[in-house]
Design a protein. Structure first.
Length: 377
């Protein structure tokens, strides 16, 4: 049996390890101060999950919003990168202290973990994160994770904690991700429109599902919207984890959603090997290769990517970099680690393997991306 409904998130047999993401708009009030009463009730719910035998990891936004208040910064601290970094430096102390205090009230030890995109995109650092989270959980601590906004720049940012939560869940080998939002799930159109209908279960995030998403956060405090939540669902699903979106606004929001069934559950896909799941969840691609219909069919049947099926190469990348493989209609088919740099790929594109040595002047590898280093999306 697998996770197929919200109630399963409270079942230790189905969800032994749960990642819960809390957004800025829920944690911080309009006055820039933490909503202590609401957060205290949520921490009580997390304590109940731990008492049931579930491991809990928290991904918590709110550092920038809290720090902006203390520094007197306009636009919630998001007026510039420098403002956001300064606000995060001040707010992260307050945020960590708040979680530590409230968790301690239930006998739990909070552990602060700050991450950047590179920490989960680089394979060695990914393994370090995995080991650290495993040790903390084994010792009974509750990891409280946030993006390291003080040092992150546009090049090394997740940009929102929805996708961070999905990647952290993957690194921690969690069973599911729970996103507490200011909306109770995915709707078939903007939920403010008449007749909008909530979608209770999504089997796979397709282009039609993406078309339902609205971009911005309604609060103005957060950095993610429904689009980022769908991207998180794709990352989670590819790693064999379910993801759920619920309305985080009520007191004790988890219990409220589980009792009513209100929310959207994105079902897991078959779990891939750990390395392929890591590769499939990577967010930053160094380049792109476009392939013809024949190559697309071969990839779908488990083949390696051969140069003969490549029609165009874009980007600057080196051997071993992660690149995306796009089909004839521009759709993303796969991600993989390239065996050649961009210039070599461009020179080999459209040519049979037997011609590669003559083109490059040395004995080549047989595939542009070997199937062992390629994951279909």
């Amino acid at each position: 049996m697998t996770i197929a409904q919200l109630a399963h998130l409270a079942d230790p047999a189905l969800t032994p390890r749960l990642v819960v993401k809390v957004g800025s708009a829920l944690l911080v009030g309009a006055d820039g101060e933490p909503r202590r009463g609401w957060l205290s009730a949520l921490v009580g719910e997390l304590a109940e999950a731990r008492a049931r035998g579930q491991d809990v990891i928290v991904v918590s936004s709110g550092a920038i919003a809290l720090g902006a208040r203390r520094l007197g910064l306009a636009k919630g601290g998001r007026g510039s990168l420098a403002d956001a970094q300064a606000a995060a430096a001040v707010g992260q102390i307050a945020l960590a202290g708040l979680w530590a205090e409230l968790l301690a009230g239930y006998g739990a030890t909070a552990a602060q973990v700050l991450l950047t995109l590179d920490d989960l995109e680089d394979r060695r650092r990914w393994l370090n994160v995995t080991a650290t989270l495993g040790t903390l959980l084994a010792r009974g601590a509750v990891p409280v994770i946030n993006e390291n906004d003080t040092v992150a720049t546009e090049e090394i940012r997740f940009g929102d904690n929805d996708r961070l939560a999905a990647r952290v869940a993957q690194a921690a080998e969690a069973s599911a991700v729970l996103l507490l939002s200011d909306i109770d799930g995915l709707y078939d159109r903007d939920p403010r429109q008449p007749g909008a209908t909530r979608i209770p279960v999504v089997r796979r995030v397709t282009p039609d599902i993406h078309a339902m998403a609205t971009a911005g956060s309604s609060s103005g405090l957060g950095s993610g919207g429904m689009t980022s939540k769908l991207q998180a669902a794709e990352i989670a699903g590819m790693a064999g984890m379910a993801l759920a979106i619920i309305d985080g606004r009520p007191d004790r929001p988890i219990g409220s959603a589980l009792a009513s069934g209100n929310g959207t559950v994105f079902l897991a896909r078959p779990r891939k090997a750990a390395r392929k799941a890591w590769l499939g969840g990577r967010m930053r691609m160094r380049g792109t290769v476009h392939v013809d219909a024949g190559a697309a069919r071969a990839l779908s049947q488990g083949a390696s990517l051969l140069a003969a099926g490549v029609v165009r190469v874009e980007g600057t990348f080196m051997r071993g970099d992660a690149i995306a493989v796009l089909g004839p209609a521009g759709e993303v088919l796969a991600r993989g680690l390239t065996e050649y740099d961009a210039g070599e790929c461009a020179a080999l594109a459209g040519h049979n393997s037997r011609d590669h040595a003559d083109i490059l002047g040395y004995a080549p590898r047989s595939a542009l991306i070997h199937r062992d280093h390629l994951v279909l999306v």
